[in-house]
Design a protein around this ligand. Sequence first.
Ligand code: HPA
Length: 270
Amino acid sequence: MSVALNEAVSFIKSKTRIQPEIGFVLGSGLGAFAEQIQEKVVIPFQDIPGFSRSNVVGHAGELIIGRLGEKKVAVLKGRVHFYEGHSPEEVVFPVRTLIKLGIHTLVVTNAAGGLDKKMKPGELMVITDHINLTGQNPLIGKNDESLGTRFPDMSEAYDKKLSQKLFSLLKKLKIRSSRGIYCGVTGPSYETPAEVRYLRKIGGHAVGMSTVLEVIAAKHMGARVVGLSCITNLASGILKQPLDHKEVTETAKIVEKNFVKVLKEFIKSL
Ligand code: HPA
């Protein structure tokens, strides 16, 4: 693993002199944040050794490195998903690469279905914790001690202080928001109404098909993590109409402005 990571890191370093401190993963339809970056270098995933291509509509698949205000950032615009047929290791490879590159804080974002009837499509949810229901773990197999320990602690997977800061900022900016637990499933089929009732019962507030594997890998390597979900729809069975991926990307698009605004402000405090 380390050899492949070193190769990816060397390749990226050959493209830019900027040493990023903060990493972002931008979920479905949330790519506009990347437009804010200055002095940027854009590297398509397919050019980076070890990176897999993302084929999902709304996930471009580019690494963007540059500056945002005072901060040096690395942004994964788009991500690879387990449901595309990539292994958990392939799914987390880009995040591992960013941490190897030197980022100390990772902001993960995603589109998610709201499990709580009171949620409104378009609201943002600060992720306070997750439930990994994928049945997968990127750390299965021989542990690479150079990356982290065999049994990483997950008692504060999402940094409490930073999450609180992000939530306060959302309130200050008067952006409709909540805090809650993200349930990570594999997809690609959406949940059944019975599954949604189950997710609510076990304590979830949102459900999505990404993020949890990346966060496990990031914690393994000792990075600080903050998570933000864009609630693009209410989960299956809450409303009468069936779910459609178009609804997810369209809602994300509407929220884009607020999403960019809060992250631009939040980065100042990192
Ligand atoms: N379920 C799972 N993943 C999702 C959803 C959903 O309702 N919305 C956006 N991603």
